[in-house]
Design a protein around this ligand. Structure first.
Ligand code: SF4
Length: 448
């Protein structure tokens, strides 16, 4: 979350650079106190304001950018996403428009300023793209008024609204009260049933049916949904040994169990990168030979410069010309390899060949090895505790890819050698476990 916040702040600062005449409204811990400062700056003829603040009754908005247009004001909401997501962004802009209009401002245009997928570092001149959402925001104003009325009613009530938990708790964002409202929920619920429509969900909610095991036999589910429910409610395990053997028989040794760790910068740092491009900074590779010999190879970039060339050059020394590269969910590794090939044409043939030799463990657990204990996910982190419980991420400092990104960013900027070394070891331990886990899974699959 901190990393996202920092990225958002960096994007905000860059967006401000697009308006050299812009002036920030001086910060006050009490946002209301920024409203009179805003009014004074407007009265003094400010052309563009950052964090212009308006208070109308009990409503307060801070506009990212407010700039004078020939016939009024242009309201600009800055987002660090690369697309205009109407459901998420429009209510935000429309609410600001509502308050600004109530405050007496003549807003003639409302826009969303977002990152531009066509931008390529180091040329950041087209880092932003503007979506004019004026018409959409105006059309949404009646809904804003209705929502405000609802919220006022809720805020004035003695008790919280009687809303049951549901899919809305995690979409589009995980609610701040999630842990509170979902405490005591233990196991898969009706909200985990894939593609269950609201129409089919409602009767179950009304009957206070939460867990899959409590769903009546005559509930109107599709065949696939019924299969999902029965599978988990009856705690089934289905292993199609024949198909697993057939899949494994196609593997060519040596086997390279392989995993990248990557960083994605909202504002691209490295040449040729677009916003949020996944740039690999680390990999781990366990190499299993046909005679059972297992060796480990790895790379971790420890400086703050572009990691791609040294990483790729080391990778080429570790991966031979034959044998499958085994990963978990290969589209990610494949895409990183192809992007590396695009960036380093002199190594492109070898890197693309590696991408062609990728072999995915994940489909085995989608199609041929199902265990209710995996829960609703087939991810490595869900499968591993069942397949190889002795291997656990819980004892590691870095336990997932997002944490690896945070630690890597801190590590490359760390001046204290001992602290830096500690972070290096944490990162190496995490990535090492990712590929060792795949080796263990492979051994298990071979033995069933
Ligand atoms: S988690 Fe949030 S959205 Fe879900 S019921 Fe609780 S307060 Fe409402």
């Amino acid at each position: 979350a901190q990393r996202r916040l920092r990225a958002g702040q960096a994007v905000d600062m860059r967006a401000r650079e697009q308006f050299p005449d812009g002036r920030p409204v001086p910060y006050r811990p009490q946002p209301k106190e920024m409203a009179p400062l805003t009014a004074r700056m407007i009265a003094d003829g400010a052309e563009t304001l950052f964090q212009a603040t308006f208070v109308v009754d009990d409503l307060l908005v801070k506009a990212d950018i407010l700039t004078r247009a020939s016939d009024g004001w242009h309201l600009i909401e800055v987002k660090s996403s690369t697309g205009y997501k109407e459901k998420e962004h429009l209510p935000d802009v429309a609410f600001q428009l509502h308050v600004l209009q109530k405050a007496g401002l003549n807003v003639t245009q409302a826009s969303l300023m977002r990152l531009n997928n066509d931008c390529r570092a180091p040329d950041l001149s087209n880092l932003f793209a503007l979506n004019d959402v004026t018409a959409d925001a105006r059309a949404f104003l009646p809904q804003v008024a209705a929502d405000i009325a609802d919220m006022r009613q809720i805020a004035a009530a003695d008790a919280p609204p009687d809303v049951s938990i549901g899919r809305h708790c995690a979409r589009p964002y995980t609610c701040l009260f999630y842990d509170h409202c979902w405490q005591g929920v233990n196991g898969l619920t009706i909200y985990d049933i894939p593609r269950l429509s609201a129409k089919k969900e409602r009767p179950l909610q009304e009957a206070n049916t939460l867990y899959l095991a409590d769903i009546p036999d005559d509930a109107p589910l599709t065949a696939a949904q019924r299969k999902f429910v029965d599978f988990h409610a009856q705690q089934q395990v289905n292993i199609d040994r024949e198909s697993i053997r057939r899949e494994l028989a196609g593997l060519e040794y040596p086997l390279y169990f392989f995993d990248f760790e990557t960083i994605d910068y909202a504002i691209p740092h490295f040449d040729g990168c677009k916003p949020y491009q996944q740039v690999p900074f680390q990999y781990s590779c366990h190499i299993l030979h046909a005679d059972g010999t297992l060796i480990h190879r790895e790379y971790l970039h420890t400086d703050d410069d572009d990691p791609r060339r040294p990483l790729a050059e080391t990778l080429l020394t570790h991966i031979g010309e034959t044998g499958h590269l085994i990963a978990y969910n290969i589209p990610f590794e494949r895409s990183v390899l192809h992007k590396l090939a695009d960036h380093l044409p002199e190594y492109a043939v070898h890197l693309r060949d590696m991408a062609d030799r990728l072999w995915d463990q994940l489909p085995i657990f989608r199609k041929y090895y199902r265990d209710y204990r995996f829960g609703k996910s087939n991810s490595l982190k869900s499968v591993l505790p069942v397949i190889a419980p002795e291997l656990s991420y819980k004892t590691l400092e870095v336990q997932n890819g997002t944490q690896a990104q945070v630690v890597w960013e801190e590590m490359i900027g760390e001046g204290d050698t001992a602290v830096k070394q500690q972070m290096i070891e944490q990162l190496l331990a995490y990535c090492h476990l990712d590929t060792l886990a795949m080796v263990e899974i492979h051994h298990t699959l071979k033995s069933i």
